[in-house]
Every structure is written in structure tokens, then in C-alpha cells.
Ligand binder design. Structure first.
Ligand code: NAD
Length: 507
């Protein structure tokens, strides 16, 4: 086993000081309230939840532990907000979303650093998130002008047309791994379509969304956006089960999504689900090894492996397997694990101790079945990182395909590498998981790429790259990775319902 705990030679006190200073500068209010009907209010529960910095283990703020009564208030406020918002002309909604984009853009470094503070993602990656956030608001600002109904051909005795109407109030629940980006993926299309929103962010990472609400409070009509912080089984579940929520969008783990689906059945609420993944990367014999290494590093270690679309099963053709694995391990070894506020950091901490323990548990399971840990598998030696949830980038060879390590989502920086010989067998293994979110293909041949893309059971295929999310490109999963598509034209349609009007014409 090789240790790769590189990183600046600094003390944990330095890291703590840097984070305390950033927190002092960036967090407006350490006791964050609920945002209902345009007001900051206390939760009915009287309880709060600590928001902890995953890099230092220190508290950053508290959020209110919203409950059913709070969700009730939020939904009522949102219907009032909808009354106003639905009167806006599309042109006015477009102006509003554009203004939201401009305001985020003007404060992009603040938003990026807030995401670093409570999520622990490297600052360079947080900046990419915020660029995408801005672009998503701009995209949906434009897309909303294209929402049109249609006319159905008839024999002239009647006129049949469809119009697209917003649902009214939609409920949205986001995960912690891309805090503001996941909120933007949901808020922008829902607002664009004319809905009001009740959003419950992940309890671990509310800071950037709360800042957004502060920044646009004077802009958006009261009640159009409502934020209920709180635990999933309490606030989240109450939102999902609420009978005046007409559409739900949830991003999170498959198991939680399964529960959301069952709970939404009570009111037959329409839903979009973005769930987990165990995505394959297929490296073909003609692939350029350097390109394949770049793709694999990005696919697995971006966002410290906490990506739903992480390429966490790497299939490398035998012709280049040994050369590739050696170069891949070398590249992983020089990744910098350090304070995520530093520009040079590639790998930050995992979000919580629980998530870290979960990752370590899967590494242990791999060891138990005799797999070879090629690199990583343990906490970095650096004293400066001792208080954070850090783990080295880990690469494991030849774990049997039918084990839990291969079949389940780890959600940490753990790559599994397999050597393949025959295309059909490799594709069978690649598809042999319950998930179908994404896949990567590395080849110089367009025909090979196209054939493999057709054969893979997944919603998002990247060729010779990974993790590219331009607005307008539909994102979502096959199989148990979810239902529906976000970030594209069909998303705005998914936040509307079709009304058909059939006129009998006088002869
Ligand atoms: P999670 O399912 O634990 O939580 C997600 C959200 O759901 C949180 O806001 C949580 O409070 C809430 N929640 C929990 N229990 C709930 C319940 N019973 N009812 C309603 N809401 C509830 O997931 P997580 O750990 O925050 O995020 C990681 C997961 O998200 C991973 O599985 C990852 O793959 C997935 N993810 C998917 C995508 C995608 O687009 N497919 C994107 C990002 C993350």
C-alpha cells in the first residue's frame, strides 16, 4: 500500500484559523431561520440542527429543525406566492431569473466558499459549481419563452388545443454533495414554468442556499420560494406527503427515493427522482493511455468521489491494462489531499464521519473478499487534517462482480478496476448493476464509442471525458437511478401539466 497524504505542510491550527475567518466573513447569521412567505421565522419545533465543517469538525451555524407544522405554513405561503407569481408575464419571469443569475454571478466567490465551508469540496471545483448555477438560471430564463401548447388536427367541426400550465406549488428536496447546484437544477426550471416552491435542503449543507435567499429576497415575490430546513424523515417526509404539493423533485439516495415514491403515492403526486449510481468507465484497447488516466481521475475523484455519476467501476482492456493501471496509480498518488480552501487541493474531506465510516467499511469489505488495494484505503498522515473526514484516494483491483462493494454505491473516493478481454462479457458486467445513471467510454474510434454508448444501460454517456454538465443537456438515470430528466428543455415541461381544450364549432 502506498501513502499519498501529500499537501501543504501546515498545522491544524492554521487550517482551523483559515476556516474560522472565512466563516466569520461569509456566514451572515449563525442561527439560521426558516424562510416562509418572504419572512425569516422560527420553527414550530423549537429544535435546531448543528451545521458542521467537515474539514475541521467545528460548528459553523445552526439551522431550524423544521417539522410538519412548518411545512404546512410553507405550503400555505407558497400557494399565496403562486397567486402573484402566476400573474407574471413570461417576459417578466425571464427578467427575474436573469436577475437571479446576475446576482449570483456578482457574488460567485462568496457562494463558492460557502459551499467549501459546509461541504468540504475543493474551492476550484466549488467555483465550477457556481458557474453552472448561473448558467442554469440563464438557460431556464430563456427556455421558458419556448413553452408552447399545440393545436390538434381535426375535421373542422371542432378546435382542439393544448396549453401548458404550472402545477402550482412544488416540493423539492436536495442532497449535500452539490449544495447550490442541486438547488439551482430544481429551482430554476420550477420557477421558469411559473410554480412556487417549498425547498428542503440537505441538513448538512444549507449555507449557500440560505445566502441565495438573502440575495434575492427583495426580488422574488413573497412566498414564491420557501425554505424549510430540517431532517429528512421529519421535514422532508412531511413535504412529500403533503396533499397540496402537486409535484415533487427529489435528489438523494435510492433507498430514500423508494420511500419518497411510496409516500407520494398517497396523493398521487407527480415526481422526478435523481438517485444514485455505480457507473462504469470502459477503456478500449485503442485508447490513449494519458487520456484514459485523465478521464478516470476526473470520473472517480472529482468532488472527492461524492458524485452520483462517479465512474466507480473501471473496465480496462487487457491490451493496455498494466500500462494504464500503473499510470493511473501514479496520477492518484500525486493528487493533493488538503484544506479545500486552498487552490492546490484536489481532494477534500468527506461530508460527515458517517460517510467516512461508510467508505472505510466498503474498503474493508473489499479486503475481506481478497481484493488488492493498489493505493489509499486509509486516512492521510497529515496532522493538519486530523480533525476532518479525510480519506486517501483509493484504487482496488479485481473485486468479484457479485459483491456488495461492486453492486452498491460507496459515495467516496474508491475506484474499482477490472481487466477485460471480450466485449460482450465486459458489457454484461458493466450493465450488471441496479443503477443506470452514467457511463464513460474512452476510445479513439467513433464507431466503438457509438456501439458501446448504445449498449450501455444508462442515461448519460460521456466519451473521452466525464462530469461535463452544460445546461440544456438532459441529466437523469435509467433503472433504479431515477425517473425524469433535469437540466434541459424537458425539465421545464416536467414542471407543467397539459390542459386540453376542445371547442365545438358552430356550423
Ligand atoms: P439522502 O437520500 O440521505 O438525502 C437526500 C435528501 O433527502 C436530504 O435533504 C434528506 O434530508 C432528505 N431525506 C432523507 N430522508 C427523507 C425522507 N424519508 N423523506 C423525504 N426526504 C428525505 O441522500 P444524501 O446522502 O444527502 O445524498 C447522497 C445521495 O444522493 C447519493 O446516493 C447520490 O448518488 C445521490 N445524488 C444523486 C444525484 C442525481 O442527480 N442522480 C445527484 C446528487 C446526489
Amino acid at each position: 500500500m502506498v501513502s499519498n497524504s501529500k499537501g501543504p505542510n501546515e498545522q491544524s491550527t492554521t487550517v482551523r484559523e483559515r476556516h474560522r475567518e472565512a466563516a466569520r466573513e461569509l456566514i451572515r447569521d449563525e442561527n439560521i431561520k426558516l424562510y416562509l412567505g418572504g419572512e425569516w421565522v422560527d420553527s414550530d419545533s423549537g429544535q435546531s440542527i448543528d451545521v458542521t465543517n467537515p474539514t475541521t469538525g467545528e460548528p459553523l451555524a445552526t439551522v431550524q429543525a423544521g417539522n410538519r407544522a412548518d411545512v404546512e405554513r410553507a405550503v400555505t405561503a407558497a400557494w399565496r406566492g403562486f397567486d402573484t407569481w402566476s400573474e407574471y408575464e413570461p417576459r417578466e419571469r425571464q427578467q427575474m431569473l436573469t436577475e437571479i443569475a446576475d446576482r449570483i454571478d456578482a457574488e460567485r466567490e462568496r457562494f463558492a466558499q460557502l459551499d467549501v465551508l459546509d461541504n468540504g469540496k475543493p474551492i476550484t471545483e466549488a467555483r465550477i459549481d457556481i458557474e453552472l448555477v448561473v448558467d442554469h438560471f440563464r438557460y431556464f430564463a430563456g427556455a421558458l419563452r419556448t413553452l408552447e401548447g399545440r393545436t390538434v388536427p381535426t375535421n373542422g367541426n371542432r378546435h382542439v388545443e393544448t396549453i401548458r400550465e404550472p402545477y402550482g406549488v412544488v416540493g423539492q428536496i436536495t442532497p449535500w454533495n452539490f449544495p447550490l447546484l442541486m438547488a439551482a437544477w430544481k429551482l430554476a426550471p420550477a420557477l421558469a414554468a411559473g410554480n412556487a416552491v417549498v425547498l428542503k435542503p440537505a441538513e448538512e449543507t444549507p449555507l449557500s442556499l440560505i445566502e441565495l435567499v438573502h440575495q434575492i429576497d427583495d426580488l422574488v415575490p413573497a412566498g414564491t420560494i420557501n425554505v424549510v430546513t430540517g431532517y429528512g424523515p421529519e421535514a422532508g417526509r412531511a413535504l412529500v406527503r403533503h396533499d397540496r404539493i402537486r409535484k415533487l423533485a427529489f435528489t438523494g439516495a435510492v433507498e430514500t427515493g423508494r420511500g419518497v415514491m411510496k409516500d407520494a403515492a398517497g396523493s398521487i403526486t407527480d415526481l422526478t427522482l435523481e438517485l444514485g449510481g455505480k457507473s462504469p468507465i470502459l477503456v478500449f484497447p485503442d485508447a490513449d493511455v494519458d487520456t484514459a488516466v485523465d478521464v478516470a481521475i476526473d470520473a472517480m475523484f472529482y468532488n472527492t468521489g461524492e458524485c452520483c455519476c462517479a465512474g466507480s467501476r473501471l473496465f480496462v482492456h487487457e491490451a493496455i491494462h498494466d500500462e494504464f493501471v500503473s499510470a493511473f496509480v501514479d496520477a492518484a498518488e500525486v493528487l493533493t489531499i488538503a484544506d479545500p480552501l486552498l487552490e492546490s487541493t484536489d481532494i477534500g474531506p468527506e461530508i460527515t464521519r458517517t460517510q467516512l465510516n461508510r467508505t472505510e467499511h466498503y474498503i474493508k469489505l473489499a479486503e475481506d473478499v481478497g481484493a488488492e488495494i493498489l493505493i489509499g484505503g486509509r486516512a492521510p498522515a497529515s496532522e493538519a487534517l486530523a480533525d476532518g473526514n479525510f480519506i486517501e484516494p483509493t484504487i482496488i483491483a479485481e473485486v468479484p462482480h457479485d459483491t456488495r462493494v461492486v453492486q452498491e454505491e460507496i459515495f467516496g473516493p474508491v475506484e474499482l478496476v477490472f481487466e477485460w478481454t471480450g466485449y460482450d462479457e465486459m458489457m454484461r458486467f458493466a450493465n450488471n448493476v441496479d443503477f443506470g445513471l452514467a457511463a464513460g467510454i474512452v476510445t479513439d474510434s467513433l464507431s466503438t464509442a457509438h456501439r458501446a454508448a448504445r449498449d450501455i444501460e444508462a442515461g448519460n454517456i460521456w466519451v473521452n471525458q466525464h462530469n461535463d454538465f452544460p445546461a440544456g443537456q438532459p441529466f437523469g438515470g435509467y433503472k433504479q437511478s431515477g425517473i425524469g430528466r433535469e437540466t434541459a428543455r424537458e425539465t421545464i415541461e416536467a414542471y407543467t401539466q397539459t390542459k386540453t381544450i376542445n371547442y365545438k364549432l358552430n356550423q
